[in-house]
Design a protein around this ligand. Structure first.
Ligand code: URA
Length: 434
């Protein structure tokens, strides 16, 4: 077989066979298929799509590209959560400890920033010394000792997705249902959790811009998970405006800490409670969604979720002093407000533009090898529906220097609109797919 023939076949809109997909993924993993051919193939998939059978084959081939963890001896009921990617989405940092605090074992394999969306691993690395590259032995210890792990794909776990994810990030091949479904589900299957909740983001700051696309992605992933014997549910949640108030790695860690300490923004807490309660029911830890929600809310109220987060940071080598004094996490030297030009109510905060601006400030990557600046990003001072007076701050840009801050401010001006008439708050959670 030759990679070029498979690229042409997909470019011409034909279906690839199971063997062809397995050959391509194997070759990409072992390096015999180079990045440039894989990028061309990914672009052909973006343009021509894949059917259900091809998407399932791609997922299984990527999951099988490395080790597949068998948790049955030490965490048979492990749970996992994954988002399709959003802006300001620090849900995993909050929900992971909440779930572990109610006694579930959380085995979460996360990714880095992708396109304009942030990544949990980049956020965690804003905590000094935090390790996300655990060995299998360390993973087992952490699951036994504290019941929670958030780690990256090691060379051994879904390595095909690890490579393809980084390639898609910089080749305009992110927004594609089969590629997103295979990327997420290959990681989920390889990491071995029994029950999985998927947060499928919809709206301006999501890869899925419409409810129909989001539903399609959710159904594809739920079907693949169930075929592989997992309990899976997906929640469709809004990413029309950023989640919470912060965008950028250290800024988001600080907000996650505040939330775990009981002072978080209501939209972030609501998404955590919704996703978490579905997972508790899937895992048989609660009879119904209401009972599950109460258990989870209690972990925020009684400090157990915060205590679990501290255990998790310590377990993965992170600096506890930095999370106990979040003001000591990296801080950008330049902070400039974007001021409202008129009085009224915030009508729109375009999440995609906020994500792109944060990436350009250095919170994300333009090329695979780029380093992240953990300190930079945006802090919203208002959310959609809230009143604002002319001259008041709409958001604060945190930048490495004045020049970058000015570019960001100019780009953000058109991302926010103000209406003279009252504006209703946006819906947050649309529906679930199971
Ligand atoms: N999250 C992933 O892990 N992969 C994608 O392709 C998109 C979001």
């Amino acid at each position: 077989m030759r990679a070029v023939d498979l690229i042409i076949k997909k470019r011409n809109g034909a279906q690839l066979s199971t063997e062809e997909i397995q050959w391509l993924i194997k070759g990409y993993t072992d390096g015999s298929v180079p990045d440039y051919q894989m990028a061309a193939w990914a672009m052909a998939v973006v343009l021509k799509g894949m059917d259900d059978r091809e998407t399932t084959d791609l997922t299984l081939a990527m999951a099988a590209s490395g080790d597949q963890l068998d948790l049955s001896d030490f965490a048979p009921a492990a749970v996992d959560k994954h988002s399709t990617g959003g802006v300001g989405d620090k849900t995993s940092l909050v929900l992971g400890p909440m779930l572990a605090a109610v006694g579930l074992q959380v085995a979460k394999m996360s990714g880095r920033g992708l396109g304009f969306s942030g990544g949990t691993l980049d956020k965690l690395e804003a905590i000094p010394n935090m390790r996300i590259d655990l060995s299998e032995a360390e993973f087992r210890h952490a699951m036994r000792d504290i019941g929670m792990v958030i780690m990256g794909q090691t060379a051994d776990l879904a390595p095909a997705d690890k490579k393809l994810y980084a390639l898609r990030d910089v080749t305009g091949t992110v927004e594609c249902i089969p590629l997103i479904a295979a990327s997420i589900m290959s990681k989920k299957l390889a990491a071995g959790a029994k029950s999985i909740v998927l947060d499928v983001k919809v709206g301006a700051g999501a890869f899925m811009k419409t409810l129909d696309q989001a539903r399609d992605l959710a159904q594809t992933m739920v079907r693949i998970g169930q075929l592989s014997g997992r309990n899976v549910a997906a929640i469709l949640s809004s990413m029309e405006q950023p989640l919470g108030l912060t965008i950028g790695n250290a800024l988001e860690v600080r907000e996650a800490i505040e939330t775990l300490q009981g002072h978080g923004p209501s939209d972030l807490i609501e998404v955590c409670l919704t996703l978490g309660s579905h997972l508790l029911v899937l895992a048989g830890k609660a009879q119904n969604l209401d009972a599950a929600r109460q258990q989870l809310q209690a972990t925020l109220d009684n400090g157990q979720a915060w205590a679990k987060f501290r255990e998790f940071v310590a377990q993965q080598g992170g600096d506890l002093a930095a999370v106990d004094q979040p003001e000591s996490l990296p801080i950008a030297p330049i902070q400039i407000d974007l001021l409202a030009e008129s009085s009224g109510f915030v009508q729109r905060i375009d999440a995609e533009t906020c994500g792109i601006v944060a990436t350009e400030l250095g919170a994300g990557r333009a090329r695979k090898e780029d380093a992240i600046d953990p300190a930079v990003g945006l802090v919203l001072k208002r959310k959609v529906g809230e009143p604002v007076q002319a001259g008041e701050a709409l958001l604060t840009v945190h930048a490495a220097n004045n020049e970058r801050a000015e570019i960001a401010l100019a780009a953000l001006k058109s991302a926010i609109s103000i209406s003279p008439a009252a504006v209703e708050a946006l819906p947050l959670v649309f529906e679930s797919v199971a």
